[in-house]
Every structure is written in C-alpha cells, then in structure tokens.
Design a protein around this ligand. Structure first.
Ligand code: HEC
Length: 249
C-alpha cells in the first residue's frame, strides 16, 4: 500500500499560492489540470479547471483506457483536442492517449475521468461509487484505500464517557458541544461517520481546514472520541477500537 506522504513536500509550497491565482483557472475548452486541497492520504490531488475531481480507474492499466460504454455511463473520459493546461501541477506528467477515436488526458500515464455523481467542486463521490476509482496526487500517484477493518466490538459506557471528555476539550470548539456543527461539519446525523477508515483518516491526518488530531491525541483518546461521535446525538454507528486507530496511523 502506498501512502502519498511524499507528496506533502511538494504540495505545501504549491498550495501556498494565493487563492486568487488558483481561481483564475477558468473553464475554457482547453482542459486544465489543477492541484486542489487535501483528501485523506492524497495531500494535493488534481481536478479540472472547475475544481471537479479527476479520477483514474483501476481497470486502466499501462496507459490504456478500458472504460467501455457501460462504464462511460458514469465515468466521462476527460477529453481534449488541444494541449492541456497545467496549473500548480507538474506539466511534464500530462499527456494524452487515444480512447474511442478521441484524445483522453492522462496524468503520469493514468487516464483521467470525471464522475457524473460529482456536482460541485470538492465532491469526491466517485470513490464511494466504485472501489476501483482513485484520486490522483500532484505527483501522479494514486490513492489506495485502507484495508477493511475488523469489527470493533460493542460500545462500552466507559469508552463513551472518556470520548465525551475528549470531544468537549478537543472537538467541541469547532463542531459544537452537541455535534450541531459550527466552523466544523455537523456531526449529528452525519452518515459518513459510518465509514471507519475515512473517519480515522480525517481525525488522524486532518482534512482541509480541520487540523490533524493524530499528533495531539493518543490511540486511546482517538478510539474513544470517534466511538463517542459515532454513537451520540442520534448517531448509531458502533465502536472504533484502539487497534483500528493503530492501523490508521
Ligand atoms: C480547529 C477546528 C476543528 C477541530 C479542533 C476539529 N475539527 Fe473536525 N472538522 C473541522 C472542519 C473545518 C471540518 C470540515 C473539513 C472539510 O470538509 O473540508 C471538519 C470535519 C470533520 C469531520 C467530517 C469529515 C468528512 O468526512 O467530511 C469529522 C468526522 C470531524 N471533523 C471530526 C472531528 C473530531 C472527532 C475532532 C476532535 C478530535 C475534530 N473533528 C476536531 C474543524 C475542526
């Protein structure tokens, strides 16, 4: 499994470029590849000029696009007739290949697609739709999913109590004392909490403007606080174990 830690070094200076420079990447007929914020394990990933996530598909091997008609009902090959423009990404990694008589843009040999279930910038729904869809880092590496996690067992009262304390001291200032949301996402009734690997990646590594909590909290504290948010304010998503936290570090 390849975690894209190495992308960090390059991503940081790239992302330091003022927002103004980034937003000048406007939609034209010329395909534009842009580096965007962070996603779990991909510190800066690529999007089109409108901020829509570009994916590569696991069925595409050795720079060959295998997405057939059924596949293309959801995955739109990122096509071009001209030379694609690079913004904040490595221009040398951009190329094109032939796909059904058209030119499809590739990034480090990965044929690129848009997903029809992504409607606005920042959407990454393609990953939930297909486990073979990957986001692509600025370095052209693809995000690999974490391995499936073992069952964490029952929700214990003492763990919930511990988690409540950690939440109050660490998370409530951004997420609201009742998980109602503030600067941070509303966590009451937030279905994505069901996804343990994603939740742990968010808490351990941070996500966009949410700072990484991994360096600040112990495995016990993270297991307790994630168990707490998954089982409070009407949420019922089950426990998170210390072993799962260790696996996500
Ligand atoms: C400094 C403010 C801040 C703190 C502290 C903070 N968060 Fe967040 N959190 C955010 C913001 C902002 C987002 C939205 C990030 C985004 O989607 O771009 C977020 C998003 C999340 C999400 C949703 C991720 C997703 O899948 O969209 C979860 C879950 C979460 N935080 C849990 C926690 C927990 C648990 C803690 C405490 C251990 C915590 N956060 C501490 C600001 C914070």
């Amino acid at each position: 499994m390849k975690y894209l830690g190495s992308a960090l070094a390059i991503a940081a200076p790239l992302l330091a470029i003022p927002a103004q420079a980034q937003s000048s990447a406007k939609d034209t007929n010329t395909p534009t590849i842009v580096a965007q914020g962070s996603a779990p394990k991909v510190s800066a990933f690529i999007t089109d000029g409108n901020g829509r996530t570009l994916y590569t598909l696991g069925d595409d091997k050795e720079s060959k696009a295998n997405c057939d008609a059924a596949c293309m009902q959801h995955w739109q090959p990122y096509l071009t007739t001209t030379r694609p423009v690079a913004r904040l990404v490595l221009p040398g990694l951009i190329d094109t290949i032939e796909h059904n008589g058209k030119r499809q843009v590739t990034y480090r040999g990965n044929p690129l697609y848009l997903f029809d279930g992504d409607t606005k910038p920042g959407d990454m729904n393609g990953k939930d739709f297909s486990s073979a869809a990957y986001m692509v880092s600025v370095l052209g590496e693809i995000e690999k999913p974490l391995p499936a996690m073992a069952d964490a067992g029952p929700v214990l009262a003492e763990v919930m109590e511990h988690g409540k304390e950690v939440f109050a001291s660490t998370c409530a200032m951004c997420h609201g004392a009742q998980g109602q949301g503030a600067f941070g996402t509303k966590l009451a009734g937030f279905d994505r909490l069901a996804n343990t690997p994603d939740l742990l990646r968010t808490v351990v590594l941070g996500l966009n403007s949410m700072p990484a909590q991994g360096p600040l909290l112990s495995d016990d504290q993270i297991a307790a606080v994630t168990t707490y948010v998954r089982n409070s304010w009407g949420n019922e998503f089950g426990a998170v174990s210390v072993e799962q936290v260790k696996a996500a570090r």
